[in-house]
Every structure is written in C-alpha cells, then in structure tokens.
Design a protein around this ligand. Structure first.
Ligand SMILES: *[C@@H]1O[C@H](CO)[C@@H](O)[C@H](O)[C@H]1NC(C)=O
Ligand SMILES: *[C@@H]1O[C@H](CO)[C@@H](O)[C@H](O)[C@H]1NC(C)=O
Ligand SMILES: *[C@@H]1O[C@H](CO)[C@@H](O)[C@H](O)[C@H]1NC(C)=O
Ligand SMILES: *[C@@H]1O[C@H](CO)[C@@H](O)[C@H](O)[C@H]1NC(C)=O
Ligand SMILES: *[C@@H]1O[C@H](CO)[C@@H](O)[C@H](O)[C@H]1NC(C)=O
Ligand SMILES: *[C@@H]1O[C@H](CO)[C@@H](O)[C@H](O)[C@H]1NC(C)=O
Ligand SMILES: *[C@@H]1O[C@H](CO)[C@@H](O)[C@H](O)[C@H]1NC(C)=O
Ligand SMILES: *[C@@H]1O[C@H](CO)[C@@H](O)[C@H](O)[C@H]1NC(C)=O
Ligand SMILES: *[C@@H]1O[C@H](CO)[C@@H](O)[C@H](O)[C@H]1NC(C)=O
Ligand SMILES: *[C@@H]1O[C@H](CO)[C@@H](O)[C@H](O)[C@H]1NC(C)=O
Length: 473
C-alpha cells in the first residue's frame, strides 16, 4: 500500500477516534473501580514488553524505548503489586530487574554502558528501592535464583558508584548528566542526575538509618540550591546547565519529573530528619509544582506544559507525569501535612487519565491529554505508564496502605554498604566513576539516533494505518 493512502487512513482514524471511544470510567474512591482500571491499563502497557520471551533480553523494551524507560516501567510494576496485591506480573518483573542489575547489582550492563547516563542508572536504582521499601518478592525468588544482590544493595551499589563521579572540577561540584567523556552531554550538569542522586541518598538514609547517605544528600542539596538550577525564592527548578559557560546559564524548560524528583527526595529527608529546612523547600516546590503543572483552567489535572499543549512530547516525555504522580503520592504519605493538598490533585488527574484511555483498536489505549475524553491519537509505554501511576496511587487512601518500609519498620531487604565497590563490580572509583570492566568505547553515532527516529515514524504509520484498516473495513 502506498504511503499516502496509509497516511490518509491514519488521519481518518484519528478523526473517528473520539466517537468510537470506550473510555475507562474511574471512581478514585472505589477499590473495585481503581483495581479494574489499573488492570486494564497495565495489560495495555505490558503488551509492549517482549523481554520475557525466548531469545529476547529480560528488562529491555523494543525500539523506540530507551533502557531507562524500561527501568521506570518496572518500577510502576513493583508499585502495581503494592497497590493491588495482584501477582500476575511479579515473576517477569523480578527477572527483568535482576537481569539488568547484572552480577554486580549496579545497573551497569555492558550492553548499555556505551550510552548510559547517571540519570538512566538512577531510574533503575529507584525501581530497586521501590522493591526494597515495599517488600516486593525477593530477587532470590526470581528465575535467576539464589545469591543475587538484594534490592537495597542495588540502590547502594548505584549510590557508591555515583559518589565517585561527584565532580568538583567545574561548577563547584555536582554530577554530570553523562558518565563517559565521549558522550555528548558530558558537559551538562542536569536536574535528573543530581535530583536523582539526592533522592537515592535520601531513601537510603531513611531505609538504612546510616548517616553517610544523609550527609551526601546534604552535599547535593547544598550544591543544587546554590546553583542556577534552583531559584530559592520562587522555588522554580530548571532542567540543567553546561560547564562550557561555567554553569552560569540554565535551560529553563520546566518538566514535571524535575520537580517530582526533588519533592520526593525532600519528603524522605524530612521524614528521616524532621529538620524544618527540608519542609520549607518541600512546601515551596509543591506550591510551584501546582502553579506550573496543575493550571486551574484544566480543573487541577496535571499537564506537561513544555510539550503537551503543543503536541510535541517525545517518547521519554510521555513518561514524566507518571513518575511525578507516583512521587507525589509518596510525599503525601511521608509528610502527612501535604496530604490534603496532594490527594485532590491526584484524584482529578487519575479521573482525567482514565478518561483519556479510550483510543486504539481496543478502545482502552491511553493518550497523553488528561483534560479531555477525546483520545489525542498518541499511544505508547509512556502514556500507559503515566495513566497507571495516576490511577493506582488512589489505593493508598482507599486501603490506607503502609508507607514505604525501613529496616526498622519491617523492610526485609538486607543492605550491603560496600556494594558496587568490590572487585566483582569493577567499581574502582577511578576514571569515569568506576564503571564495569566490559564497557563499549565507541561513541554513539548520529546514525543510531536518526535510526531510532525513523523507526518511530514507521511504527506510528504502520500501527495507525493498521488500526484504520480495522476500523473502516
Ligand atoms: C511474558 O509475560 C506475559 C505477561 O505480560 C505472559 O502473557 C507471557 O506468557 C510471558 N511469556 C513467557 C515466555 O513467559
Ligand atoms: C546483552 O545483549 C545480548 C545480545 O543481545 C543478550 O543476550 C544479553 O542478555 C544482554 N544482556 C543484558 C544484561 O541485557
Ligand atoms: C495486600 O495485602 C496486605 C496483607 O497481605 C494488606 O495489608 C494490604 O492492604 C493489601 N493491599 C491491597 C491493595 O489490597
Ligand atoms: C568538593 O568540594 C567540596 C567543597 O566545595 C568538598 O567538601 C568536597 O570534599 C569536595 N569533594 C571532592 C570529591 O573533592
Ligand atoms: C537563597 O539563597 C541565597 C544564597 O544561598 C541565600 O542568601 C538566601 O537567604 C536564600 N533565600 C531563601 C529565601 O532561602
Ligand atoms: C566559575 O564560577 C565560579 C563561581 O561560581 C568561580 O569561582 C570561578 O572562578 C569561575 N570560573 C571561570 C573559569 O570563570
Ligand atoms: C505559592 O505561590 C504563589 C504564586 O506564585 C505565591 O504567591 C505564594 O507566596 C507561594 N506560597 C508559598 C508557600 O511558597
Ligand atoms: C486541554 O489541554 C490541551 C493541551 O494541553 C489544551 O490545548 C486544551 O485547551 C485543554 N482543554 C480543556 C477543555 O481544558
Ligand atoms: C514519616 O512517615 C510516616 C509514615 O507515613 C508518618 O507516620 C510520620 O508522621 C512521618 N514523619 C514525619 C516527621 O512527617
Ligand atoms: C554506612 O555507609 C557507609 C557508606 O557506604 C559505609 O562505609 C559504612 O560502613 C556504613 N555504616 C554502617 C554502620 O553500615
């Protein structure tokens, strides 16, 4: 079939989409309603995952999804079990995390290190920490068997490696976006990497009660809050800054997850230390989060303001609202004074997100635009993930679920403070931060990147074209 007629059918399908909708109706105060909706959305998400099939790689998503997104997706899967007690996906989730953590348990798998950034690695570490804090099925119970690093030791391994990458050589400190000098973005000190390190340190401090982690969280906060990335009067958070101009200019784009990553870390620090300095910044950033991403003209529904209104969100950006929804829910648990502010926002967003799940040939495919029940024509892992996070979080208030555990409150995952530093992991602390030995050293080519873009465009064409075929004939 000629490309032009495919395009025509795709356009027609998009126009018809709204009227054929089945939509998921959600009552965010009903356990049955929330669990039903979550089950439908999670099924739609896991359809993309083929890593558990023979010959495929556990923990990887097919193109165009980057490795870090798979890490985020399995975090939502750990949460799905916590929210619903449904065990259907647990085995493949354990398998995926254990496989990508690798023998050293540090999320530096040889297949990824060529392009891996500090933020990519820390998003997998968050998933391991979720598993520790929620007493998720132990890694030993997975197909990989006994002798695996524990969940919390995976978080510690990533923490230990990232401390060796703390870089005072420019901009008074901070972590770089990229781990390796040869990757573009090595000059960039960004919020996802630094906020990620802060959150990981804060979570380890609370879970293990070891002050070394809290000290590093303070070091990171000190750097960030004095950097151009944070305005401590308005509490605005920017995306990143380059050391090529000595970190004097910031990329001012506002992303939900850049706010969420700090909010969540601040909640852990406040819960752990009860020091009001953390509460002060948490309340300020929460206020700015609401001002920026929950405009009242959208009925308190979260909007990814930098791309959603323009229809320009990329594969990665479709996931951001999901992380932020999950993190806001945890903030409400760990800092009860914020709960009455946060829950109405999550409920409104969850209803909106479910209402946007009325696309595709199955009639329950989720788009991005939560303020309308007319499907926006977009679909993918990120859209499913974000809707899932918003919907399933409501179980916390419905069933009064327990907050993330610590070793003192029932967490069973046993730590290993030296994880990631031993000879087994190759974490020597030298060079580019003690990466595993088997590192690919060729630079990512622009061909790799263009290839991914072209593949996305083709997939979109085929999927939409195929869907239109079914609708019309
Ligand atoms: C992979 O997981 C899916 C559930 O998402 C399941 O239906 C399928 O049977 C699994 N495949 C294998 C080979 O285990
Ligand atoms: C790395 O890639 C190879 C070949 O595709 C695969 O067999 C292996 O499982 C992958 N390892 C990881 C940790 O993803
Ligand atoms: C899951 O089961 C545990 C007890 O095993 C219970 O405390 C928790 O409330 C249940 N969660 C849900 C969402 O039903
Ligand atoms: C980086 O500089 C800070 C002071 O700005 C100091 O406390 C810290 O020890 C230094 N870290 C390293 C790894 O040199
Ligand atoms: C903001 O940071 C500057 C520099 O660290 C400090 O002097 C000022 O007191 C801070 N303002 C607030 C409101 O915290
Ligand atoms: C970079 O900025 C710091 C202060 O933030 C200053 O101490 C340093 O001299 C500057 N370096 C250059 C090369 O301008
Ligand atoms: C919340 O934001 C509004 C609007 O920017 C501002 O006027 C107010 O002072 C902020 N409140 C706090 C506690 O930061
Ligand atoms: C919904 O959001 C879109 C994009 O963010 C915006 O253009 C539109 O005006 C909003 N619609 C309503 C009804 O608020
Ligand atoms: C820490 O979180 C727990 C669990 O939700 C909560 O009961 C406690 O009040 C929190 N502590 C502080 C200081 O907010
Ligand atoms: C606390 O963590 C640090 C850093 O990993 C480690 O060196 C130290 O042994 C830990 N202390 C305890 C009591 O586990």
């Amino acid at each position: 079939m000629a490309v032009r007629s495919l395009l025509f059918l795709a356009a027609l399908h998009y126009l018809l989409g709204g009227q054929l909708a089945a939509a998921i109706e959600l009552d965010p105060t009903s356990a049955d309603s929330v669990k039903d909706a979550a089950s439908t959305i999670v099924y739609g998400m896991m359809k993309y995952y083929t890593g558990n099939e023979t010959g495929d790689t556990p923990g990887n998503l097919p193109d165009p999804y980057y490795w870090w997104e798979a890490g985020g997706m399995f975090g939502q899967m750990v949460d799905y079990y916590y929210y619903t007690n449904v065990t259907t996906y647990n085995e493949e989730t354990v398998q995926a995390i254990v496989h990508q953590a690798g023998d050293a348990g540090d999320f530096m798998p040889a297949n990824q290190t060529k392009t891996e950034g500090n933020d990519d690695q820390v998003f997998w570490a968050f998933t391991a920490m979720d598993a520790a804090e929620l007493n998720f099925a132990s890694p030993d119970s997975g197909p990989a068997g006994d002798g695996q690093p524990s969940w919390v030791s995976m978080g510690q391994a990533v923490f230990n490696l990232q401390t060796t990458r703390w870089d005072n050589s420019t901009c008074n400190g901070g972590l770089r976006w990229q781990i390796f000098t040869w990757n573009s973005g090595y000059d960039y000190k960004n919020v996802a990497s630094n906020g990620g390190f802060f959150q990981l340190a804060a979570r380890l401090a609370r879970y293990t009660n070891n002050e070394t982690y809290a000290d590093w969280a303070r070091t990171e906060w000190e750097w960030f809050s004095n950097s151009i990335l944070y305005d401590n009067e308005t509490h605005k958070i920017y995306d990143g800054t380059s050391d090529t101009d000595n970190c004097t200019q910031a990329d001012h784009t506002q992303w939900t997850y850049n706010y969420g990553i700090w909010l969540n870390g601040l909640a852990y620090m406040y819960n752990h230390t009860e020091d009001d300095i953390w509460l002060h910044h948490l309340n300020g950033i929460l206020n700015q989060t609401i001002n920026t991403f929950f405009p009242s003209e959208y009925d308190d529904i979260m909007v990814e303001v930098a791309c959603e209104p323009y229809g320009t969100c990329t594969t990665d950006q479709f996931t951001f609202k999901g992380f932020t929804m999950r993190w806001l829910a945890v903030v409400a648990q760990l800092v009860p004074s914020t709960a009455s502010t946060i829950w109405p926002l999550i409920r409104a967003s969850a209803k909106g997100a479910a209402g946007q799940c009325d696309g595709g040939t199955d009639g329950v495919t989720c788009g991005m635009t939560w303020n309308t029940t007319t499907w926006d024509g977009s679909y993918g892992v990120g859209q499913q993930m974000s809707a899932l996070a918003a919907v399933q979080a409501n179980m916390i208030t419905i069933d009064d679920l327990k907050a993330p555990y610590t070793t003192d409150t029932g967490g069973t995952s046993k730590g290993d403070p030296s994880a990631g530093t031993g000879s087994d992991s190759g974490g020597s602390g030298s060079g580019a931060g003690g990466a595993s030995s088997a590192v690919y050293t060729d630079t990512i080519t622009s061909g790799d990147k263009a290839g991914a873009g072209i593949l996305t465009a083709l997939m979109l064409l085929f999927t939409l074209g195929g869907a239109a075929w079914m609708v019309i004939f």
